[in-house]
Design a protein around this ligand. Structure first.
Ligand code: GLN
Length: 281
């Protein structure tokens, strides 16, 4: 059934492209198809990670492959620093950022987001025994429980901004300083390439790592000295990040994404890769 759907979409879109109905760019592969460059950061299992052969795999990669196959595009994956995903996409209208990217207002100013395909929450990873039941409220850790802790976060991520705001404080609309939950507690932070690299320093340079739920669970599942807890903070939605000019590509991606969500393909792919561990150091 899925194969049939794929074939149908390919035929419709190839015909559309030939008739000039869809945007056909110059960057074509030897098969004559337009190439989509997917930018990602491979330290974020199960969404993207390196397998034993050093290839970037994961549910975001499978999802984009499926979408590109249905839409009749070639797919090239580029593994870059997380913050560089955004600038690369801003410079290429045939690029897509697929990296468990949280939709937010700041990023929406520089690019456009597809419909959301899943949600997440922030987690904190610590050495076992750091927190007890008494530290939890409804099974979650309040930010204030991170008082005095040295934290490691992946650069340019929502987890990083959550901790930065809590440690340094924020500004209100009148530019007045608003004290952060961790300000003045001795809490501090260091930025890392990704959470896998950061987690190697827990118990050494840092006490904790803050990162999204499934990557945190993947790290803890593969390190018996570590455990993770949900932070009491707002849930986040993941979507693909596109160049502002790529409005037609965006609607095509959204069209296919809706079908893949409806058919349970997105959840299937996330489950398929869950438990996988990033082998990159
Ligand atoms: N969801 C987080 C963000 O968008 C982290 C993504 C990631 O590290 N790949 O900032």
């Amino acid at each position: 059934m899925k194969k049939l759907l794929t074939l149908l979409f390919t035929l419709v879109l190839t015909a559309g492209c030939l008739l000039g109905l869809t945007a056909c760019g110059d960057n074509k592969g030897s098969n004559g198809k337009q190439t989509i460059t997917v930018y990602t950061e491979s330290g974020f299992a199960p969404f993207e990670y390196l397998n034993e052969n050093g290839e970037v795999v994961g549910s975001d990669i499978d999802l984009m492959s499926e979408i590109c196959e249905i839409l009749g595009y070639n797919l090239v994956v580029k593994d870059v620093a997380f913050g560089a995903i955004f600038t690369n996409v801003q410079n290429d209208k045939w690029a897509v950022g697929a990296a468990g990217i949280t939709v937010n207002a700041e990023r929406s100013e520089t690019g456009i987001f597809s419909d959301s395909y899943t949600t997440s929450v922030q987690y904190v990873i610590v050495k076992k025994g750091t927190f007890s039941e008494a530290d939890l409220t409804d099974g979650k850790i309040d930010l204030t429980k991170l008082s005095g802790k040295k934290m490691g976060m992946q650069e340019s991520t929502t987890g990083c901004w959550l901790i930065e705001d809590a440690v340094d404080g924020t500004k209100d609309d009148d530019e007045n300083h608003v004290k952060g939950e961790l300000e003045g507690t001795g809490a501090s932070y260091i930025e890392y390439k990704n959470a896998v690299v950061a987690s190697n320093d827990i118990g050494g340079k840092i006490d904790a790592v803050v990162i999204d739920e499934l990557p945190a669970k993947s790290i803890c599942k593969n390190n018996s000295e570590l455990e993770c807890f949900q932070i009491n903070a707002e849930p986040e939605s993941y979507a693909f990040y596109l160049n502002k000019e790529a409005t037609e590509l965006l609607s095509n991606i959204n069209y296919v994404l809706a079908k893949l969500k409806e058919d349970g393909v997105v959840d299937y792919l996330i489950n398929k890769h869950s438990g996988a561990y990033n082998l990159a150091k």
